[in-house]
Every structure is written in C-alpha cells, then in structure tokens.
Design a protein. Structure first.
Length: 346
C-alpha cells in the first residue's frame, strides 16, 4: 500500500505532537487564557513515551543496547508502560521495579505489556535495599546484557522534552505563552520544556507543582535537603524523597504544593467540566492553577499552559473509585459524591 501521512509504520511513530486544548469551564472564574497540553494523546497515554523512546534510541545510537538486551527501570507506572511498549517494537526484554504506591491498574498494564515487574515498598528510604531504586540497581548487576535507564538521574530525560514538548508548546501558542505549569517528579518534563521556552522568552514564568510530603519545593527555595519534609502521600509520579539530577531547578521560578485530597477531587472535576479523562497528576497541576488563580497570579491576556501528563484509565482503582476515595477520607459533607448517579434496573 502506498505510504501517506495517515499510515504509520508502528505505534512509536505516534509519540509526540500532542494537542493543546483550551480549558473553558474549570477556569472560568480566573483571568487569562488556559490551555492543557494533553499528553494522554501519546500512544502509551502519557508524557513518558517521549523519554522512553528518546533514551532507548540514544542508547542504540551509542551502541549501548543490542537486540535481545534487557532494559531495567524504576517507575511509578507510566515510564514503565512506555519502556515496555518501546521494548516490544524494538525487541528488548523489559524488567521494572515499581513502587507499591502505583495503582493496581498500572501494575496490571505493565504485565500485559510483557514486562517482568518487581513491586517494592513505597514508604522506605531511597537507600533501603527494598526501595525500587536499589532493587533496580541489584537487578542490573545480576542480569547480563542489561541497561538501567535510571530516569531520575538521566540528562536525556530533560533532552527529550527540550527537543519535543518545549518546541511544540512554543509553536502551538505562536510564542505567546506567558506561564507554564507542570508537575515535578523526575523533573524531566518541566526542566526540558522550561529550558526550551525560556531560551525563546526568558520572561515566561515556570511554576512547578509539588506534593506535601515531598522535599522538592523546599530544596528549590533553600538548596537544602530536609528529611523532615518527608512523609507518605498518595499522588503518584509527583514529588520525591530525594533530589533527582534530572531536575534543573534554575529554570523553574517557583513551586506550589497541593494536597492529595484536593488534587483527587480536581482530577474528577476536569472530567466533569471539560470532558477530559485525565490522571491524578493532572488533577494536581490543575489544583495548583486554581490556587494561583485565587491568589490573582494571572491577569487578562495571559496564556497559561498546563501539562496534563497522563490518562484517567490508570487510576480506576484510585481517584475514580468511590470506594478508594471513601477509604482515604476524601468524601465528606462538602465533597460527597452522588452515588445515585448509577441506577440499577431490576
């Protein structure tokens, strides 16, 4: 069949070029124009497709990876899915060390994509031998012909977004973006995107989103790692109990902290107001925007781009489960969901 621009050689050809979608209802009470960079339009349904493809292709280019080798990675779920997807197409084995905080949906998806999964306790220190960082390192030492991606400390994580997400947003806004709001976990998305955008216009304000229980915001402000900031929290893929070198703190202007509960409700609100079924971290990013809007951060004419990192299907057993929300104490007299929206006909 003759090749045309609507026929693709494989699923990897669909990575990147995700849409920018105007937000209308959820931002109606705030000044400015708001746009979501909806990364669930990637074939692996998250922004992590970008780094998985870029890092693996760079490893191939440098001769580090050969057909039949094993790729090892630490992941809260999304990067693992993307690496597993790329591995299928390119012929690699995939072994993943996953945090127990990752939803059951994510872990099932990883197994479905052919990955061997090691589930590690979430609430242990980064240097504990049971942590997913240490388990990945051990597996790398034990498995011959393996390559450890190590996204938290891999500069290519930043490069992937510098080469793709940043230019896409600049072109989609015709250079008129005034604010970028993005969650920070490994820091690759916000760092690479911000680096590119600030090279085009240093006045663009870059706002990172952090979780309560994470060390990132305080480290940005003081350059000091404070263990006392660390405590368990529920949002996946946001914040850290260590300082990832894949975060370029110099290109980020400020951080905003959000709570687990408000982020969960805001994720649900995005679906109900904008028809966008997005993940927990998207709710966190939107919650940060709401807090900034209430504090008059934005003015008329501002163009605010918010990165929505992944798809809501990854969180069916969590933020989109009434049972889970109730177990977390997230439903109260103010935020009670109407169970009557489902009616069973007998």
């Amino acid at each position: 069949m003759k090749h045309n621009n609507q026929v693709f050689d494989n699923v990897l050809d669909l990575v990147g070029n995700t849409p920018l979608i105007r937000l209308n209802k959820i931002t109606s009470k705030f000044k400015g124009n708001f746009f979501a960079k909806v990364e669930s339009f990637n074939p692996g349904h998250s922004s992590k497709d970008r780094i998985a493809l870029h890092i693996i292709e760079e490893a191939e280019r440098k001769g580090i990876l050969s057909p039949g080798d094993t790729i090892i990675e630490t992941t809260s779920g999304n990067t693992g899915f993307s690496i597993a997807m790329v591995s299928i197409i390119k012929g690699y084995e995939c072994v993943l060390a996953v945090s127990s905080k990752s939803s059951a949906d994510k872990i099932d998806m990883l197994k479905t994509m052919g990955a061997k999964v090691y589930v590690c306790p979430a609430h242990v220190s980064a240097d504990d031998p049971r942590s997913y960082y240490q388990v990945a390192k051990r597996l790398h030492e034990e498995i011959n012909g393996s390559v450890y991606i190590n996204q938290y400390f891999n500069e290519l994580n930043i490069d992937a977004h510098y080469n793709s997400t940043g230019p896409e947003i600049w072109n989609q806004t015709e250079g008129e973006i005034t604010h970028l709001v993005a969650c920070s976990g490994t820091g690759g998305t916000i760092s690479g995107t911000a680096k590119y955008l600030k090279e085009q216009n240093p006045n663009i304000k870059v706002i990172g989103v952090d979780a309560f229980g994470s060390v990132i915001k305080k480290y940005h402000e003081t350059r000091e790692f404070d263990e006392k900031e660390i405590y368990p929290y529920r949002i996946e893929g946001l914040g850290k109990n260590l300082i990832p070198t894949a975060t370029n703190f110099d290109v980020i202007d400020e951080f905003v902290k959000v709570t687990d509960e408000e982020s969960a409700h805001t994720a649900r609100l995005i679906a109900k107001t904008e028809g966008l079924f997005v993940g927990y971290t998207s709710g966190a990013a939107m919650q940060a925007v709401a807090q900034l809007g209430e504090n008059n951060e934005f003015k008329e004419g501002d163009n605010i781009v918010i990165i929505f990192p992944d798809h809501g299907s990854r969180y069916m057993s969590k933020v989109y489960s009434d049972k889970w929300m109730k177990e977390q104490g997230f439903f109260d007299s103010i935020n009670e969901e109407a169970a009557e929206t489902i009616q069973y006909i007998k």
